[in-house]
Design a binder for this molecule. Structure first.
Ligand SMILES: NC(=O)c1ccc[n+]([C@@H]2O[C@H](COP(=O)([O-])OP(=O)(O)OC[C@H]3O[C@@H](n4cnc5c(N)ncnc54)[C@H](OP(=O)(O)O)[C@@H]3O)[C@@H](O)[C@H]2O)c1
Length: 255
């Protein structure tokens, strides 16, 4: 186990499965103590925690619904007590990963679709970053990493218009905030995955799945661990000169 992140506290939102679970495992492997956040899947989050502990890492699970401001606040309120309060109010690495998508034509979208996308994909990362940034500025070091999407860079397919709008917003937030925090030793970056093999993405056997593969230069879906590797770089002490960047990891999907 490498220990580049030893002594650092990391929060990964939406870490009970998919990309978030892989990021949590990777940051823990790199030495960080990881808060494995989930919305409702406490059992799956506990399984991620167990896997990390079995591998010699440190993790604990916290649940909250980040679609609501109350849920965001309850997650923030839990931070000081993480790992028995050992980090004394510090949060070194924030990975805003939790996100959602509704598929279908924009003209058929419901009145709630805007809130569904923007409350979780944009407002929650903004509110969490606001709290985390204050902690990081006080400590003189920090890493904020937003998990966007290749759909935050381009619109290669129809049927995900509000998701695209939310991920473009997250990319804009990443760049703007990086300008404000750089002088405090805090970097703000995004990783923008292409199609990754998780429950959120089109499933094998569907037309959408086949189209996704056709668009990818490497001819396959990516693995959650391939996104986690990019996050691990941006979280590392070595990445202090990279900020305001949105790193697309998509197998050449929008090349
Ligand atoms: N998979 C892809 O192809 C792909 C491509 C580009 C970008 N992304 C982005 O990558 C991120 C992770 O995606 P994924 O594919 O790993 O998704 P996923 O497998 O659907 O997992 C979503 C995670 O977010 C949590 N979550 C869902 N609703 C929530 C809420 N209201 N409040 C708090 N947490 C909530 C889930 O918790 P529970 O398990 O408790 O529900 C779960 O841990 C998202 O931001 C997504 O937009 C994914």
């Amino acid at each position: 186990m490498t220990q580049a992140l030893k002594g650092k506290l990391a929060l990964v939102t939406g870490a009970s499965r998919g990309i978030g679970a892989a990021i949590a495992a990777r940051l823990a492997r790199d030495g960080a103590s990881v808060i494995v956040h989930y919305a409702s899947s406490s059992e799956r989050a506990e399984a991620v925690v167990k896997e990390i502990r079995d591998a010699g890492g440190e993790a604990e699970a916290v649940g909250s619904n980040l679609s609501t401001l109350e849920g965001v606040r309850s997650l923030i309120d839990s931070l000081n007590a993480a790992f028995g309060g050992r980090f004394e109010g510090r949060l070194d690495i924030l990975v805003n990963n939790a996100g959602t998508v509704e598929y279908g034509p924009f003209l058929d979208s419901s009145e709630t679709s805007y809130d569904t996308h923007f409350n979780l994909n944009v407002r929650a990362p903004i509110e969490l970053a606001k709290d985390a940034a204050a902690r990081m500025v006080a400590a003189g070091w920090g890493r904020i990493i937003n998990v966007g999407s290749a759909f935050g860079e381009a619109a290669p397919l129809p049927g995900v218009t509000l998701y695209i709008a939310s991920k473009f917003a997250l990319r804009g937030f990443t760049r703007g905030l990086s300008r404000e925090l750089g002088k405090y030793g805090v970097t703000v970056n995004a990783v923008q995955p292409g199609p990754i093999d998780t429950e959120l993405a089109p499933q094998p056997g569907t037309e959408d799945h086949a189209t996704m593969i056709k668009l990818a230069s490497v001819g396959r879906f990516g693995k959650p661990a391939e996104i986690a590797a990019a996050v691990a770089y941006l979280a590392s002490p070595e990445a202090g000169y990279t900020t305001g960047e949105s790193l697309t990891v998509d197998g050449g999907w929008i090349a």
